[in-house]
Structure formats: structure tokens, C-alpha cells
Design a protein around this ligand. Structure first.
Ligand code: SF4
Ligand code: SF4
Length: 78
């Protein structure tokens, strides 16, 4: 008796904390110059179908280098 309960353990609750930065790219104004993706120190952005897109928002550190360098003001980082 009791062996089963001996091995039973409470489930560890996994905290689901996802650090995500919110990056908006106004693709209507983006001319695909790639200045932002070249300048981004974390390789967050990449060109897709001639406009900039977010490759991986989770590695964004919200430094806003991309916002500063974009000549068309199409990036917003919240
Ligand atoms: S805010 Fe910084 S890390 Fe995030 S996409 Fe822009 S340049 Fe990259
Ligand atoms: S810097 Fe601005 S215009 Fe150039 S690719 Fe990036 S978002 Fe588009």
C-alpha cells in the first residue's frame, strides 16, 4: 500500500512568461532598403517579399535602432 502515492508528485506549474516586444512595420511605406535589418544587433528583422518583416520578435531588445535608422519612419517598437 501507498507505493503509488509515494511516487506521485505534484505537477510543477510551468510559468508561461514570454518576453515579446511589439514591433510594427508599416509595409505600405517600406521600400525594402534593409537598413533596419542590417542595423539590428539581434537579427530580428528580415526582408520577405520586398518588404521588411519580423523574423523573431522574442529576441528583440527594444533598443529602437531600427526605428531611428528607417528613412521612411515605418517601424514602431512598443
Ligand atoms: S528594437 Fe532593436 S533589437 Fe528590436 S528589432 Fe529594432 S533594432 Fe532590432
Ligand atoms: S529601414 Fe524602413 S524602409 Fe528600409 S527596409 Fe527597414 S522598414 Fe523598410
Amino acid at each position: 500500500m501507498g507505493l503509488g502515492s509515494f511516487f506521485k508528485r505534484g505537477k510543477k506549474q510551468k510559468e508561461d512568461v514570454v518576453e515579446e516586444c511589439h514591433i510594427d512595420i508599416n509595409v505600405d511605406d517600406c521600400d525594402g532598403c534593409e537598413k533596419c535589418s542590417v542595423a539590428c544587433p539581434n537579427n530580428v528583422l528580415m526582408l520577405a517579399d520586398d518588404v521588411m518583416s519580423v523574423r523573431d520578435a522574442q529576441v528583440c531588445k527594444s533598443c529602437r535602432v531600427c526605428v531611428a535608422i528607417c528613412p521612411s519612419d515605418c517601424i514602431t517598437v512598443n
